[in-house]
Design a protein around this ligand. Sequence first.
Ligand code: MN
Ligand code: MN
Length: 295
Amino acid sequence: MDKKIVEKYRKAGRIASDAREYGMSLVSENTLLLDVAESIESYIIKKGAKPAFPVNIGINDVAAHYTPKHDDKTVFRKGEIVKIDVGAHVDGYIGDTADTVEVGTNRYDSMIKASKEALEVALDLIKPDIDLSIVGSAVEQTIRSYSFVPVSNLTGHSLKQFRLHAGKSVPNIRTNVKEKIKKDDVLAVEPFATNGAGSVGGKTGGNIYRLVRDREPKTENSKKLLKYIKENFGVLPFAERWCRDKVDNVEAVLKELMRAMIITTYPVLRETGRGMVTQAEHTVMVTENGAEVTT
Ligand code: MN
Ligand code: MN
């Protein structure tokens, strides 16, 4: 990989990692989710990167794709399991990382440990020519050794410039998919553990949007907002709160862009059996004989 690109991945990874730690330190009883998300995103910008997606905050059985709206009044409550998932990019080169914390109690230490250890085991395996299914098997085995189950339909993913999901999936279970890790792959590895059914699903919108089709919308306001989205986020996910001051009545304009199928929204993913979910995630660059963790 080009040295300049490597440096950009490293910088994005470092900032995402610091932002994750900073965010984790902010989670406490009665704090607004919104304040934590916005503090993390401001931190990323202050350090010289940009958010690669809105900070995802997943509470209890919510595994992914929830970010607070601009007027979200939800606060953290004692006993909740909180996943903070952070992305930062430098010129489109992304660091994607997540961790889990319990608010004020310690009932789920072993589940938090299960996803963390599964991540470590997975990272130790990563090098060129290894089958991704081997990584998935190791993740599954580690999580099961703690008497939890992996979330089977959430995976890690390859990253490319301005692309959060660039084609390869890093499974969290044993699979029959035959795909090998290659040198210079950049991979986000993210095991999820649960005491539920081991899968996620959902239909409710989670306030996270993404451009899917670049075509001319009808109204002036929607043209203006689309231009802003293209120039500032490209095809990376974004939040409604990031474009509130760009057009009047942004929610209606976003709805219009949705109806025209120019943008789409991610549904909030909840554990199918309403189980608790923990997550740990790092981004790695695959080297000649191993992997360099950037986050
Ligand atoms: Mn992530
Ligand atoms: Mn990810």
